[in-house]
Design a protein around this ligand. Structure first.
Ligand code: FEO
Length: 401
């Protein structure tokens, strides 16, 4: 049975929800699912904006065929070629052999790379070009590296709808809802939207900033992303989040404590620090065991918080592997402009303190490490307790500055 929703007079959501996929991009857990959004415009000409993942192609085809109701599909606008959006192109070509594919030169090149039989179907555009479909005229804005180099966004100048590709997307399946005002966004969606942005597009902040600058020159009324909710009001809320995330400014003042502990002793130091901070009035404290928390959640939190404490045991004379993975991921995703605290532990040769400090100071842009670095020998004791208190004082002072 088809499952579609109307966005406005002649634009429809024809996407599909996916609760079967456990790992997005085969790496990020998605316990609440994800949607692959595709949009169909029924104008004088019929236009499909992007397709969906191959795993949900059957439902997608049913949606499109229901709305076309026997009409041919005239155009496909391909904003983003990544297979979670482009995998059904071949199937569309076989069902609608006269369809023209409107996309950038780079996207066209990539469609050939993926083996899509697009010969004779291509309509290659440049930024600023327009296409008219009857009542609706659209223009195209290049969005390289948001999230792949071929990406573009499409703006319908007739009614202010922006087809934003991966920008402004989110994890979480829609499950009947479609618009931002149909959910409690702050309660149920923002954390997964942040985790989606930071892990998928987080590395490309400067490119997102460039796109935001271009977007500020057009009168956007509705945002239709490739994953998650359609935004039809309160756009400033989400644009502001994107501005913060893409400029690597902390979203909130607060302390994230990420600890790597083998037998609970480093964990105890993290708990004592958290308790000290709370006693001194810090209200925004989150504690994570890096061994039991997928790194995508840690990254999301690192983008949210102004202060990050890394507490790690030493392992093979290095940083505990799971903590090291978190550090490497922070570097890969360009985490910067943060203030760190360091706690190292080692029973006979503590190295993690010095190694983590060096990593933060040399590998994460514009980030500082507060004094003192706390070095433990096996466990926190009365001798070392003042060091934790001193680190807590430094964190409080820095947050209040
Ligand atoms: Fe959902 Fe970059 O694709």
């Amino acid at each position: 049975m088809y499952c579609v929703r109307n966005i406005n007079e002649d634009l429809y959501w024809v996407g599909v929800n996916d609760h079967r996929l456990t790992l997005f991009e085969n790496i990020h857990p998605i316990p609440k699912g994800v949607s692959y959004n595709s949009y169909l415009l029924l104008d004088k000409k019929t236009v499909l904006f992007d397709t969906v993942d191959w795993s949900v192609c059957r439902q997608f085809m049913e949606n499109v065929e229901h709305l076309l109701d026997g009409r041919p599909l005239d155009y496909m606008v391909i904003n983003h070629v990544e297979p979670d959006h482009g995998a059904c192109i071949t199937e569309m070509l076989s069902r609608y052999p006269q369809v023209k594919i409107i996309s950038t030169e780079k996207a066209t090149e990539m469609m050939y790379q993926f083996g899509y039989p697009i010969d004779g179907h291509t309509d290659v555009l440049k930024e600023g070009d327009t296409r008219s479909f009857g009542k609706h005229t659209v223009t195209f804005v290049a969005a390289p590296m948001v999230h792949w180099p071929e990406a573009m966004v499409t703006f319908d100048v007739t009614n202010g709808v922006l087809f934003s590709a991966d920008a402004f997307g989110s994890f979480i399946a829609l499950d009947g809802k479609l618009f931002n005002d149909e959910v409690n966004y702050d309660r149920d969606w923002i954390d997964e939207a942040r985790r989606y942005y930071t892990n998928i597009v987080g590395k490309y902040g400067p490119h997102v900033q460039r796109l935001l600058k271009k977007a500020s020159t057009i009168d956007i009324k509705t945002i239709c992303p490739l994953h998650g909710l359609v935004w039809r009001n309160n756009l400033g809320y989400f644009l502001d989040k994107y501005d913060k995330w893409s400029s690597y400014e902390p979203e909130e003042k607060g302390v994230m404590i990420a600890y790597a502990s083998m037998y609970g002793n480093t964990e105890n130091a993290a708990q004592v620090l958290a308790t000290s901070l709370a006693k001194k009035g810090v209200t925004n404290i989150e504690l994570f065991d890096v061994s039991n928390t997928h790194v995508s959640y840690l990254i999301s939190e690192a983008f949210r918080m102004s202060h990050i404490v890394l507490a790690s045991v030493t392992y093979n004379l290095g940083i505990y592997p799971v903590m090291k993975n978190f550090l490497m991921d922070m570097k890969a995703l360009n985490v910067q402009n943060r203030t760190f605290g360091i706690i190292g532990n080692g029973t006979w040769a503590c190295k993690s303190d010095e190694l983590m400090r060096n990593f933060v100071e040399n590998e994460l842009k514009n980030s500082t490490v507060l004094d003192p670095t706390v070095t433990l020998t096996s466990t926190l004791n009365d001798l070392k307790a003042p060091d934790i208190e001193a680190l807590s004082d430094s964190l409080v002072q820095s947050i209040q500055a």
